[in-house]
Every structure is written in structure tokens, then in C-alpha cells.
Design a protein around this ligand. Structure first.
Ligand SMILES: [Zn+2]
Length: 218
């Protein structure tokens, strides 16, 4: 329930009249923090007690009660105006990673591309660019599982005519794209497919279009 400024003054006044200084201070505090919709988890304080020292991280903690940032409003005290979601931030992934990786194709590499790091807004932009480059297409088929999110966004751009569009996130050797094309063309005939990927790490087949190309497989 949103609390209007007048209500807060009324509540402060009521508490003062009742001799409850603590409650009067509380409402003053909530007001000074600019809280309009008091968070029901922390009552507008922005912090709350956790049952153990793992707090909002939900890992292994000791048995001591600990106060930490509220995991509902993330510190703002306001349900409708949340602070930075630390749990989401901790779980966020990076688009490019260094390390030793075995790529889907079996090749070993010192870096990888993880398209799960791309947001919906990123995919909307990339899909818009690719739709312009590709021209009309009538159906979209995503390669599981990496290509499915991007395929959903490409689907927004399909029209009544044109080829079948096969979509993946990262192309390395192009094996899975090629398999899908062979399967589709066995049903719909030769040259019925075009391909589209976000990143091409390896050489790009002539029937596939990429948002960005690296060109060297490793
Ligand atoms: Zn809260």
C-alpha cells in the first residue's frame, strides 16, 4: 500500500501523542528515506535479519543471526523502487570469458562466447540488424539450445515469403547448422534455407549470415 506524505505526518503525530517516541522516529525515518511504498519484508528499513551468516547469498552460513541488505527492496526500503539486485548481479554471466574451454565442436580454446549474457534488449537490436541484412524469410528454426532465444527474436521479423531461416548463437565449425539445413532441404527442396548466427568463430558458410565474425576458430 502506498503511503502519502500526509499519512506519514499523521502517523508520526499519532505516535507522538501516544507517547511512543520509537514509532514516531520510525515514521520520520521512513519519510526521510523517501519511502513511498513501505517494503513489507524490512518495513522500510532497507536491512533485515537473516537466520545465518550466508544472508541473501543462500550458501553455507554459520548459525548466528546477521543483519544485511533486504533481499526484497535491495536497500531502498521501497517495494516499488528497488536497489540493485545483488543476487542477480552475482549470478550474471559474461559474454566473453578467458580460460581453457572445450568448444561444442570439440576444439580446445583459450576463450569462449557465452550468449546467455546477452539481454533481451541486446537480442532485439541484433535481430533488427540481422533482419535488414537477410531480407524476407518465412519460418524460423532455432538450433537447441543456444539458438532458441535468438530465434524467438528473429521470429518477430518473419514475413509470408522467403526462405526458411536457421538460427544459432555461435557458429564454430557450422556442423549443427549444416545438419539442420540438410534435414530441412530434404523436406523443402534445395536452396530453401538461409542461416543466421550472432557470432561466427570459424569460417562462415556462404549460406549463413553473421552479426560478427572472428574467422579464426581458436
Ligand atoms: Zn526491504
Amino acid at each position: 500500500m502506498p503511503i502519502a506524505e500526509n499519512d506519514i505526518y499523521k502517523l508520526m503525530q499519532q505516535a507522538t501523542e501516544a507517547g511512543d517516541k520509537r514509532l514516531a522516529y520510525y515514521w520520520e525515518f521512513v519519510h526521510n528515506r523517501g519511502v513511498d511504498n513501505v517494503c513489507r519484508t524490512c518495513q522500510g528499513l532497507g536491512t533485515k535479519g537473516y537466520g545465518d551468516t550466508s544472508t541473501w547469498r543462500h550458501t553455507i552460513g554459520g548459525q548466528a543471526m546477521t543483519t544485511d541488505v533486504c533481499d526484497k527492496c535491495w536497500g531502498s526500503g521501497d517495494e516499488h523502487r528497488k536497489g540493485v539486485d545483488l543476487r542477480a548481479l552475482r549470478n550474471s554471466t559474461h559474454l566473453f570469458k578467458s580460460g581453457i574451454f572445450k568448444l561444442y565442436s570439440g576444439t580446445q580454446s583459450t576463450w569462449m562466447i557465452d550468449c546467455k549474457a546477452l539481454t533481451d534488449a541486446d537480442l532485439v537490436t541484433i535481430a533488427g540488424v540481422m533482419a535488414l541484412r537477410l531480407g524476407p524469410f518465412r519460418t524460423v528454426i532455432g538450433i537447441a539450445t543456444g539458438g532458441l532465444a535468438f530465434a524467438r527474436h528473429m521470429d518477430e521479423h518473419k514475413s509470408n515469403s522467403g526462405p526458411i531461416l536457421i538460427v544459432d548463437d555461435v557458429l564454430t565449425t557450422g556442423g549443427s547448422m549444416e545438419n539442420e539445413r540438410m534435414h530441412q532441404e530434404s523436406i523443402h527442396g534445395p536452396d530453401s534455407c538461409v542461416g543466421c548466427v550472432i557470432f561466427a568463430r570459424g569460417p562462415l558458410p556462404s549460406w549463413v549470415c553473421a552479426f560478427q565474425i572472428s574467422g579464426d576458430l581458436v
